[in-house]
Design a binder for this molecule. Structure first.
Ligand SMILES: [Zn+2]
Length: 461
């Protein structure tokens, strides 16, 4: 088999050479096991990806790529897997600064005694900038290349994300009560509109509107969020049915489930991303499917806060796109998407009482191509294919933990960690090479984060 492949590669090389000079491109990543997550789910042994500028121009065997292209820069991925960058469909990036501040508490104690007071006293544009830089450093180091966010001062998150070279669908949070960046929802909506104008047409940043949840907003504001998103053609991100408390509130106030209540407002449209979706009825799932709403599944946060188990298999069966997320680092406590894949596979096997539930290839799809679909970016990212943006990783498979390797996809889901990512590339730009992050000064980012930790500690004392 191997010799036949080698022979085919040699023939391809000869044919290409006969066709004339090789095309000069900016970057070739070569000699790795290329896990494409394309429509045919191709895995190419000794494969390569040719990148020119921001785009993938070819995905093939190393020999075939060498025959067709010369590159100004080459990354040797021997002994490693080359794969699409991971897509985190739900987080609150600056909350990395609250990482480990308070654990093992009931949700309301956690929120009311720690998170809300800490946010009220510390969250500022500078805080958000420092937090986003720390989150970006962690994401680049652990192989996340695109993420969906909802927080305050989202324009700062947009600027810091772009400077770090990451891709983001970033939602300015709209909430009924006064928050650090706005006294009223109207102020937040105006801020969201300015944010949208600042990043209109941006290559990396997609501005979004992020109404926090149905239980923290009145019907009028929820409709205003929908209207703003429709007018400016922005995606919408919202928390949905995360806890039984939310379901109870919806029932008491509106005699409906959170999903049905939002449906009655005309809130659900394609291009809407619902985070969590833990407590959904079969009728809710049908609403989400009919309205083409995507769901972000956050197994680690849901387990840590004991929120419940999202009906991921039922959602997928109904045709709902389900991406994976970490949620904010205050409830996880990291942004490692490899762990999110692993926990998704484990959790749904356990709840189904069936080890065949969420097999490794499905967990990988959820963290890549389905994440891209959840963000409405599936034409640009989520797989390694000619014509897509070059968002990709080189993941080492050399550790004892990863030896031997029979199946690269099994290894990506069941033994690989974020730390195994060696090189991270977004939009054709190398953000980390051989574990050195090139777009952020790591020591400065860490020192700045430690300074803010002192303020956070004082705020909850
Ligand atoms: Zn959240």
């Amino acid at each position: 088999m191997l010799s036949r492949l080698t022979l085919l590669a040699a023939i391809a090389a000869t044919l290409a050479a006969a066709q004339g000079p090789r095309r000069a491109v900016s970057l070739i990543v070569t000699n790795g096991t290329v896990v494409t997550v394309d429509a045919a789910r191709r895995v190419i042994e000794r494969g390569a990806v040719a990148v020119d500028g921001r785009d993938i121009v070819a995905v093939d065997t190393a020999a075939a790529i060498a025959a067709r292209f010369t590159a100004r820069d080459t990354i040797d991925a021997a002994g490693a897997v080359v794969m699409p960058g991971l897509i985190n469909t739900h987080t609150h990036a600056p909350m990395v600064l609250f990482r480990g501040l308070a654990d093992d508490l009931a949700l309301m104690d956690w929120l009311q005694k720690y998170i809300f007071p800490a946010e009220a006293k510390t969250v500022s544009p500078e805080f958000v900038r420092a937090g986003t830089r720390l989150a970006a450093l962690e994401m680049i180091e652990s192989g996340t290349t695109a993420y969906a966010d909802m927080y305050y001062f989202e324009e700062e998150i947009g600027r810091a994300t772009k400077a770090a070279g990451l891709r983001g669908v970033l939602g300015e949070t709209i909430i009924q009560f006064p928050v650090p960046d706005a006294k009223t929802p109207a102020e937040s909506l105006a801020r969201a509109e300015r944010f949208a104008a600042e990043f209109a047409g941006d290559e990396l940043i997609t501005p979004a509107v992020a109404p926090h949840a149905m239980y923290t907003l009145d019907a009028e504001t929820l409709k205003a969020c929908r209207a703003l998103a429709d007018r400016l053609r922005m995606p919408v991100i919202i928390h949905l049915a995360e806890t039984t408390d939310e379901v109870k509130t919806a029932d008491e106030k509106y005699h409906a489930t959170p999903t049905a209540f939002l449906d009655s407002l005309g809130f659900w449209r394609p291009g809407t991303l619902a985070a969590h979706g833990v407590h959904l009825t079969p009728a809710d799932i049908q609403i989400l499917a009919n309205r083409h709403v995507a769901v972000s599944h956050n197994p680690e946060s849901n387990m840590k806060l004991a929120s419940g188990i999202a009906p991921v298999e039922a959602l997928r069966k109904a045709g709902v796109v389900v991406g994976l997320g970490t949620d904010g680092a205050a409830s996880n406590n990291d942004l490692d998407m490899f762990e999110a894949m692993r926990q998704t596979a484990f959790l749904h096997k356990l709840v189904a009482g069936d080890p065949r539930a969420i097999p490794a290839p499905v967990a990988l799809e959820m963290a890549t191509i389905d994440g891209a679909r959840a963000l409405g970016l599936e034409k640009k990212i989520g797989s390694l294919e000619t014509g897509k943006r070059a968002d990709l990783l080189v993941v080492s498979m050399a550790s004892a933990r990863q030896t031997p390797m029979y199946d690269p996809i099994s290894h990506l889901v069941y033994v690989t960690r974020g730390d195994d990512v060696r090189t991270t590339i977004v939009n054709g730009k190398v953000l980390m090479r051989d574990r050195k992050v090139l777009t952020l000064d790591a020591n400065r980012v860490l020192a700045e984060a430690r300074l803010y930790a002192d303020k956070v500690r004082a705020a909850v004392r």
